[in-house]
Design a protein around this ligand. Sequence first.
Ligand code: ADP
Ligand code: MG
Length: 367
Amino acid sequence: MARVVLKNLWKSYPGAKNVAPAVQDFQLDIADREFVALIGPSGCGKSTTLRMIAGLESATQGEIYIDDQLVNDLSPKKRNISMVFQNYALYPSLSNFENIAFALRVGRAQKYIIEESVKRTARKLEIDHLLDRYPREVSGGQRQRVALGRAIVRDPRVFLMDEPLSNLDAKMRVQMRLEIIKLHRSLHATTIYVTHDQIEAMTMADRIVIMNKGVIQQVGTPEEIYNYPANTFVGGFIGNPPMNFINGTIEHGRVFSNKTMGLQIPRETGERLQEQNVHSVIGGIRPEQLYIEMGSSPVSDHTFVGTVDVTELIGADRHVHVDLGKTGTVVVRTGAETRFREGDTVTVKANMDKFLFFDPNTGCRIH
Ligand code: ADP
Ligand code: MG
């Protein structure tokens, strides 16, 4: 059971001159038992952050507290943290039993306690029949379970996972995702989970932390992050296909306008934008908040006209890319049964209640 507090954490790797610090001013208060996912593109500083918490990397600046105890100077072992890596990091010359037992042996636990703990853990992960085998003699998914077993067997205060599922095939990933959620429910250990997979982050985490270039972009529940992205980076990173971004201006606090459209914005939104004296904006709308119809209906205050470019059938959905000429392209999510073809003229209707507006200079959301 542990609360983890990270205060103004910075990391600059020695020797890495003339590059921005790998992690910059990272602030986060993680509640006891919380499951937090750290997500962002490759190289954004996720692993570095996790490794600082584990004690495998020193922080250049800032403080790490576990249950109100400052742990910056504690060795990894003394922090009572367990970490699971992408590549399992199992000992190939040890049986699965010995791999799971390893930390307990190092900690000089008594033999019968080791036996019992390993078996209990293995039962929980349904690998009790594989304990006599070696890691190379079991499947990738089973190996990852052994790695999980090794991490949970000693009841860590904090559980850190660095892309633990990315070496597994798609089907096994989905299965292990569910198992880790269940495991978290039964263990209640505070968990920090690094991934670049937005589905994993959205489905598993209580809160998501999105990073880019060493800097936190937003911290929030999956719903908050999805519905109210703090900036265009978050809106574009989360969601598949990503949020549509359209350049335009706000006219008289009432209309979002550009060469292709003049969309009436909700009154309250308009008032806010006018109060802030906003003129140029980037409009943001999710593909599922746009609807298309064949043909070009008369121009209205919540529709615009374009030409179908590419369509992609993805199982139950079809993603229709609509070319808006100088305004760019928007992607509309429709049902698989729709029959739009390249070159069709279509009318796109927008759910204006879901339109967001971003500052074109900073990318930050205004409303
Ligand atoms: P992520 O896990 O999000 O992909 P990392 O935390 O591994 O990102 O890396 C963040 C940045 O720090 C990257 O630019 C990476 O090249 C750099 N980096 C990571 N480890 C080291 C290291 N040991 N020495 C120097 N630079 C490093
Ligand atoms: Mg990494």
